[in-house]
Write a protein that binds this ligand. Structure first.
Ligand code: G4P
Length: 193
């Protein structure tokens, strides 16, 4: 997606550890017009998939997921990150391990908000190692809902997320694919859309 690519080139900053800082339009301040365009783009890509619900994870997945849900005319649910290890009986809960931060986080969705047979589209900001997506897939599976696909804004294709999702047979659509962040430069994959 050209507009997102340009925004990354204009405002993104590469930090040590292969991290792309995009807090001026995605991770803290949000470019609402860009999010709207992103919502339309994903809605187009999944137009024929009879999506019942969009599922995301707090915090940075919420803004794009909301726009996708608005375009598709369906509800949006986001998984919450909980610090406490006390697990209520009425939530689906998974433990996520982030390679980037080397931390475990418990992620929960209230059972009332996912129903067996519902067709779910996952939306998130980044696909890095795929741990967040894998966690959401586990939650969908526990709810006996159907994972139709994953839409991410920025895929870091030099990390292992896509391989993990291909193994799990989940259709993955990314708006921009980055093949390298070496030496402070953002290099997009040739096949990035
Ligand atoms: P994974 O889910 O694909 O395995 O990602 P990983 O655990 O490696 O990433 C942990 C957090 O870091 C996630 O956000 C993820 O979106 C974010 N992240 C990964 N790579 C980058 C990057 O290059 N730039 C930025 N800005 N974020 C990156 P999170 O901790 O859940 O944060 P938030 O959603 O609350 O903002």
């Amino acid at each position: 997606m050209e507009a997102l690519k340009q925004k990354i080139l204009d405002e993104g900053r590469v930090l040590p550890g292969n991290v792309l800082k995009v807090d001026s339009f995605l991770n803290q301040q949000i470019d609402v017009k860009l999010m709207e365009a992103i919502g339309k783009e994903f809605a187009l890509r999944f137009a024929d998939d009879s999506i019942d619900k969009v599922l995301s994870i707090e915090s940075s997945g919420i803004a794009p997921a909301l726009m996708v849900a608005k375009e598709l005319g369906v509800p949006m649910v986001f998984a919450r990150k909980r610090k406490s290890l006390t697990i209520s009986e009425n939530v689906y809960s998974v433990d996520l391990f982030s390679y980037t931060t080397q931390k475990h986080t418990q992620v929960i969705v209230d059972q009332r908000f996912l129903t067996a047979g519902e067709r779910i589209l996952i939306i998130d900001d980044f696909l890095a190692n795929g741990q967040a997506a894998e966690g959401l897939l586990k939650i969908i599976s526990r709810a006996q809902a159907i994972p139709v696909g994953l839409g991410v804004l920025i895929e870091k294709s030099f990390q292992s997320g896509r391989q993990l999702l291909e193994k799990a047979n989940v259709r993955t659509e990314s708006l921009v694919r980055i093949s390298s962040l070496v030496d402070g430069h953002v290099i997009f994959s040739d096949d990035g859309k």
